[in-house]
Design a protein around this ligand. Structure first.
Ligand code: NDP
Ligand code: 2IT
Length: 449
């Protein structure tokens, strides 16, 4: 199982040799190619015109200097990236990540994943990703603003409603999008709402975009649980991370009757057997921007903060990794299975290592890969673009109803595609194949470009 077809092996070898030192990109490509053996066996025409080779090569990669002045008056230099991966289905679309670990390989893996994710949504959006190795931790509001303005001073010439439309990701939320939009508007003297998504509600944002990724992952997992005749009701859930995706996953799981007993940040995790107090978590993370240890201090007795170790040691029925890539190892997967996990929904991009994915699938755990399960964020970004284009704004309920229907559609498409290709219940194969076929069909129609 999971062996790459002989015809596809040289494509992976080429990707690895041309993109040296980019292990996350290799990992993402390998996973997709592992799924494509069954596709090219059935439809050998996808091997023509170097289509798969072209899908693995970004259309354009932009790397730039971001100089800015910190509060002490020192000049700081960061590196900015925008990888415009694939525009067969629409303008490049995908988030910007600010994190010290960002490099071109990380952005490429994210842009590659984004291409298939966006295809799965059924919306007219291509794939892209960007960001910077800037570390926002400990930076003042004024520093964040100057950094965002400097980044946009370069990035603005590459954006456009019909060209490339960034949004948020790790380290980039409403505050950063606002500063970037302000600078774009100033530089161009144009109020082009459609050049960024994840905007605030006061200047062209969409209702439910903030909540969409976490809500969407929860809808997806709920749909998987339904295939086994069960639901979130009464389930014990662990959500890693405590940022945008984690917070709104916790909210929706609680609404569906599940109990989230643990969440984390990069400094450790908290266990709260009474269920995470969402209002307190939001106050600490969204308003005060403090560490997760503060949650344990404020919540008081019975709540533990654990500085070292793995959040996946906490027993649960459902695991929702929502922090970062490769945060859940093969060892963690074994521990979760031993403790009775029945479903995993990836809120983050590629949070489970390939070994962990294999272990879950071999054990019959329902496993939702990120490119399907976390697609609700970008799908709602596409709804934001729709509202901007029609100079309209929809209600929260209307937007969430659309999101729920989109997630149901993605779930069913993955499920049915897995069946069709002889791998029932394999959502990884279903997502990779369904996403690939949609992009590949458009690329074939557009010729060699
Ligand atoms: P946030 O910046 O809001 O939160 C990120 C969370 O993950 C924080 O708790 C952070 O802890 C933790 N984290 C980040 N990097 C690491 C690391 N290297 N090790 C341990 N913990 C880490 O980001 P989001 O919630 O937006 O993103 C989380 C994941 O979801 C990412 O993989 C992102 O690509 C993915 N995603 C996001 C979407 C969105 O709409 N925002 C859409 C689809 C996927 P700390 O604060 O200590 O760094
Ligand atoms: O990984 C992702 O899908 C995102 N960070 C959201 C992208 C978007 O354009 O909304």
């Amino acid at each position: 199982m999971n062996k790459i077809d002989d015809k596809l092996q040289p494509i992976l070898a080429e990707v690895v040799s041309r993109n040296a030192g980019e292990p996350e990109f290799h990992q993402a490509v390998q996973e997709v190619l592992e799924s494509l053996g069954r596709v090219v066996a059935k439809h050998p025409h996808y091997l023509e015109a170097a289509l798969i080779e072209r899908i693995c090569e970004p259309e354009r990669q932009i790397i730039f200097r971001i100089p800015w002045v910190d509060d002490a008056g020192n000049v700081q230099i960061n590196r900015g990236f925008r990888v415009q991966f694939n525009s067969a289905l629409g303008p490049y679309k995908g988030g910007l990540r600010f994190h010290p670990s960002v490099n071109v390989g990380i952005i490429k893996f994210l842009g590659f994943e984004q291409t298939f994710k966006n295809a799965l949504t059924g919306m007219p959006i291509g794939g892209g990703k960007g960001g910077s190795d800037f570390d926002p931790k400990g930076r003042s509001d004024a520093e964040i603003m100057r950094f965002c303005q400097s980044l946009m001073t370069e990035l603005h010439r590459h954006l456009g409603e019909y060209t490339d439309v960034p949004a948020g990701d790790i380290g980039v939320g409403g505050r950063e999008i606002g500063y970037m939009f302000g600078q774009y508007k100033r530089l161009t003297n144009r109020y082009e709402a459609g050049i960024l998504t994840g905007k605030g509600l006061s200047y062209g944002g969409s209702q439910a975009r903030t909540e969409a990724t976490g809500y969407g992952n929860t809808y997806f997992v709920q749909a998987m649980l339904e295939t086994k005749g069960t639901s979130f009701d009464g389930k014990r859930v662990v959500v890693s991370g405590s940022g945008n995706v984690a917070i709104y996953s916790i909210e929706k799981v609680q609404e569906f009757g599940g109990k989230v007993v643990a969440c984390s940040d990069s400094s450790g995790y908290v266990i709260d057997e009474n269920g995470i107090d969402l209002a307190l978590l939001q106050e600490i993370k969204e308003v005060r921007r403090e560490r997760i240890s503060e949650y344990a201090l404020r919540r008081g007795e019975g709540v533990q903060f654990i500085a070292n170790g793995s959040i996946w040691d906490v027993p649960c029925d459902v695991a929702m990794p929502s922090a970062t890539q490769n945060e859940l190892s093969g060892k963690d997967a074994h521990t979760l299975i031993k403790n009775g996990v029945i479903a995993v929904g990836e809120g983050a991009n590629m949070p489970s290592t390939p070994e962990a994915v294999r272990i879950f699938q071999d054990a019959g755990v329902l496993f939702a890969p990120g490119k399907a399960a976390n697609a609700g964020g970008v799908a709602t970004s596409a709804l934001e673009m729709q509202q901007n284009a029609s100079r309209d704004s929809w209600s929260f309920d209307q937007t969430e109803t659309r999101l729920a229907a989109i997630m149901r559609g993605i779930h069913d498409r993955c499920y049915e595609t897995a069946d069709e290709y002889g791998a029932p219940g394999d959502y990884v194969l279903g997502a990779n194949v369904a996403g690939f076929v949609r992009v590949a069909e458009a690329m074939r129609a557009l010729g060699v470009v």
